[in-house]
Design a protein around this ligand. Structure first.
Ligand code: ATP
Ligand code: MG
Length: 264
């Protein structure tokens, strides 16, 4: 059984006219019939140009937006069939990592408070056991627990993304949705964070959808790559294969657009 299955998933946004009696005059087909599946422990790269529907797809998978049509099936359970209360409970199984860790961390919360709050969504811990748990999380993402009483602004960009990753891991999610997680970081820091994600996948058997507009980054972390174009997956295959032998014209265009940096 696949770990996660999407069946003909559609998310349309209505475009309306009229002030009082809103009439749908058109719709944005942000996600328009996506079918794919992920195995446990797999990293699926999702690439495509700005506005093609990558973030909408991930928010629909997380049940943050209701799908217009189609199903999200996690470990054989169709999430659309769960009652609203169950969906809220289920949401901790999906955690996101965003592009800008500074925007996603509360500046008035210490690292300890931010991580403790996230841990307590899953475990009823307090006092010394909670502190030990937070220390363990910090070590897992390569941060020194001695800094747990510091605030986000006291860390570098790369360290802040480590905090955001620790916070995403804290409630022990089943699926991580990483939306451009390294796009805001310096190139040298990017590879450290990508290596951390790969280490976590090995150690924790994490399953991840990794969204990026940067094909080189996606090739480095993903097992398979899905190419999205105007709400649809136009090509999906093993990362190496997709690079070496792209089938779809749009994939070839994307590949041709990768800047090649060569030493003189
Ligand atoms: N809440 C919304 N209401 C109406 N339209 C929306 C909404 N959210 C997204 N859209 C539209 O859906 C389409 C897909 O947007 P989405 O943010 O998913 O793209 P994306 O692939 O993540 O782009 P980017 O690479 O720039 O992040 C766009 O045309 C966008 O304008
Ligand atoms: Mg997006």
């Amino acid at each position: 059984m696949p770990f996660l299955e999407l069946h003909n998933l559609k998310t349309h946004f209505p475009v309306t006219s009229g002030l009082l009696f809103k009439k749908e005059i058109d719709r944005v087909r942000a996600v328009d019939g996506v079918t794919l599946s992920l195995q446990k422990g797999e990293i699926l790269g999702l690439v495509g140009e700005s506005g093609c529907g990558k973030s909408t797809l991930s928010r629909t998978v997380m049940q943050l937006i209701a799908a217009t049509e189609g199903d999200v099936v996690l470990e054989g359970k169709n999430l659309a069939e769960l009652p609203a209360r169950e969906i809220r409970r289920h949401r901790i199984n999906f955690q996101m990592i965003f592009q800008d860790p500074y925007a996603s961390l509360n500046p008035r919360m210490t690292v300890f408070s931010a991580l403790a709050e996230a841990v307590r969504r899953r475990h009823d811990l307090k006092g010394a056991p909670l502190e030990a748990h937070v220390s363990g999380l910090m070590r897992t993402v390569g941060l020194d627990p001695a800094f747990m009483k510091k605030y986000p602004h006291e860390f570098s960009g790369g360290q802040r993304q480590r905090i955001a990753i620790a916070r995403a891991l804290a409630p022990e999610p089943k699926l991580i949705l990483a939306d451009e997680p390294v796009s805001a970081l310096d190139v040298s820091i990017q590879s450290q964070i990508l290596n951390l994600l790969l280490k976590l996948r090995r150690e924790l058997d994490l399953t991840m959808i990794f969204i990026s507009h940067d094909l080189a980054v996606v090739k480095y972390v993903a097992d398979r790559i899905a190419v999205m174009f105007q709400g649809k997956i136009v090509e999906l295959g093993p990362a190496e294969e997709l690079f070496d032998n792209p089938q779809h014209e749009y994939t070839r265009k994307l590949l041709a657009a990768i800047p090649r940096i060569t030493a003189e």
